[in-house]
Each structure stands twice: as structure tokens, then as C-alpha cells.
Design a protein around this ligand. Structure first.
Ligand code: PYC
Length: 321
């Protein structure tokens, strides 16, 4: 059967500088299973579509995609599956704030609290009347403190392994300059660390639902803003760096601070990003679990219909072969 021309409606936004492209129509039908089952179907059967929506020439390496799905629970407004230039994300903090802004833009939610389902758990979003968005993320924790890894050409690097909805390796002692001008070298450094972790078999643990691969590297340094506690640089799985302070990364950071007794329940943590934008966070205990909250702002940047024409050799994006 001939392939039909496909139209995919998207709304683009940015959260503290990091873009999110929400698919609101024309995405794949992932069935009625659990969110984890839907993610598996997306990965196995519709990876071409992921690439077409997010990669050049329609998108770029720095975009994060968010496919809205019907919820599986009556408590939730929708489900969401996040994806990027190379595959899928377990969760995404800046992306969830972008989804909340998009749902408000569409008139599907108003001020108040709403539940969104992800493949790794429920996230609650709070939209305040002035438009600021807070998310209560999935439970976060540190799995290992002061893990050492030998990075060829760079020596021994020590960091913590923590879960904040994705797996992170968090490094404070890196000798790098955390500035936007230095982003290329920071990218090389973080990529080398990630490869070394993989080679050394250093992974997250199996308490998280997302598999143990550490695919985000997070470097910390002193803030530049007078209202921030720390500045970070976060390298994402597709080798793009997060322009926002990274919601799941800030959650992982606060879990480490809490474990070290350096952050109390309810105490505010202000995380500056590499571009100078800010997330405000805090943690609270729910039984054994530690729930991080992250606040930030998102802005709509565009509404579009993508066209995937069967006659276009790059309808499914430009991909390395
Ligand atoms: O905000 O959690 C986040 C995130 C992950 C990857 C890009 N942003």
C-alpha cells in the first residue's frame, strides 16, 4: 500500500530556554496499555515518526518532543511520552512544564493542580494564576555517593549517581569553566565521562522503573546570579546540552543534597542553568519517598502543522546511518 502524506500538529514552547515540541494531533496510536507499554510500542513501531518530528530538517538536536496520549487513570488529564533526537526519555522536567503551558494555551487546563502520567510515574502540575508552573516530580534518590571513574586523557573523575526521573552522574570537582562560551569543551568533557561510565559498567540501580543506564551528565559550579545557589551544565543523551537547569537533574541534585543533610524539607534550592535561567526547587518526604518540586516559566513559541510527504527522502529526519 502506498504511504499517505501525514500531517502532525505541534505546539512549540520553551521552558527557561529549553524547547519542547508537543504533538497534539497526528501522532501514532499507541493503544490502551500502560504508559510503559505505550512507550515500548512507540520505540518499536514508530521510531521513524519520532525522528521525523524532532530531527532536522523539521526540528533540531536540541528539541525535546512530547507526545500526548489519553490517560490510563481517571485522575490524570493526559499521559505524555518524551523523546529527543536519538530516542526516548523516561521523564522530563522542563518538558512537563512545557506540556502544562501548552495545555493551558489550548484551554484544556486552568489554574490549579492536574496530574500527568509518564512511563515512570505520575507527576502533578500546579499552574498559578500568574502563569508560573510547578511540578511535583517522581520520587528521587541518590543511588551511590562518590563513585570514581577513570576517564581516558582526563584522569579520575568522582561523582554521585542519582535518579530524578532520569539517571544522572553529578560532578562538582571537574576543573571546567561553567560558561556558555565553553559549551563545546563542556560537551566533550561530559561525553567522555559518559562513555567512561558505560565502559566501567557504572549504572543506576533497579529501584527506578527506567533501566539503569546513566545517560545524563551534570556538572556543578558556583552561581553567577546573586539569587541562585548553584549553576549547572547538563548533557542530555543526544549530546545536546540543556538550556534550562534541567528539571530531572535538579531533582537528582536535591536528592543528593538531602542525603548529605545539606537541604532540609521545604528549604528552597535555586538552580541556575548554563544560559543563566533559573529553576526554584524544594523537597518533601512522603513516607519513605522524597518528592522534589520544581518551578519555572514556559512560553509558547509556535504552532505548526508538520508535513511528512512520502515523496520527501527526509520525511523521517536526517539521521546518522
Ligand atoms: O528538564 O528534565 C529535564 C530535561 C531532561 C532532558 C532535557 N531536559
Amino acid at each position: 500500500m502506498n504511504e499517505a502524506l501525514r500531517r502532525v500538529r505541534v505546539i512549540d514552547s520553551h521552558t527557561e530556554g529549553e524547547p519542547t515540541r508537543v504533538v497534539i494531533d497526528g501522532g501514532p496510536d499507541l493503544g490502551r496499555g500502560t504508559m510503559a507499554e505505550r512507550l515500548a510500542i512507540f520505540r518499536e513501531k514508530f521510531d521513524d515518526l519520532r525522528s521525523g518530528i524532532i530531527n532536522e530538517p523539521r526540528g533540531s538536536d536540541i528539541l525535546v518532543g512530547a507526545l500526548l496520549t489519553p490517560p490510563t487513570s481517571a485522575r490524570a488529564v493526559c499521559g505524555v511520552i518524551f523523546f529527543n533526537n536519538v530516542g526516548f526519555l523516561n521523564a522530563c522536567g522542563h518538558g512537563t512544564i512545557g506540556v502544562a503551558r501548552t495545555l493551558a494555551h489550548l484551554g484544556k487546563i486552568g489554574a490549579g493542580s492536574h496530574v500527568i502520567q509518564t512511563p515512570v510515574g505520575e507527576v502533578t502540575i500546579h499552574l498559578d494564576p500568574a502563569g508560573r508552573i510547578t511540578i511535583d516530580n517522581v520520587a528521587s534518590y541518590r543511588a551511590a555517593k562518590d563513585m570514581a571513574v577513570e576517564v581516558p586523557g582526563r584522569g579520575r573523575v568522582v561523582g554521585d549517581v542519582a535518579w530524578g526521573g532520569n539517571w544522572f552522574f553529578l560532578i562538582s570537582d571537574h576543573g571546567q569553566t561553567l560558561s556558555l562560551e565553553n559549551a563545546e569543551e563542556l560537551t566533550r568533557y561530559a561525553w567522555d565521562v559518559r562513555a567512561a561510565l558505560t565502559r566501567a559498567g557504572i549504572r543506576g540501580d533497579d529501584r527506578s522503573p527506567g533501566g539503569g543506564e546513566i545517560d545524563h551528565i551534570e556538572l556543578f559550579g558556583p552561581p553567577q546570579r546573586s539569587d541562585a545557589d548553584s549553576k549547572n551544565f547538563v548533557l542530555c543523551p543526544g549530546k545536546a546540552y540543556d538550556r534550562s537547569p534541567c528539571g530531572t537533574g535538579t531533582s537528582a541534585k536535591m536528592a543528593c543534597l538531602f542525603a548529605d543533610g545539606m537541604l532540609n524539607e521545604g528549604q528552597v534550592w535555586r538552580q541556575e542553568s548554563i544560559i543563566g535561567s533559573l529553576f526554584t526547587g524544594s523537597v518533601r518526604r512522603e513516607g519513605e519517598k522524597l518528592i522534589p518540586s520544581i518551578s519555572g516559566s514556559a512560553h509558547i513559541t509556535g504552532e505548526a502543522t508538520l508535513i511528512l510527504d512520502p515523496g520527501d527522502p527526509f520525511r523521517y529526519g536526517i539521521r546518522a546511518r
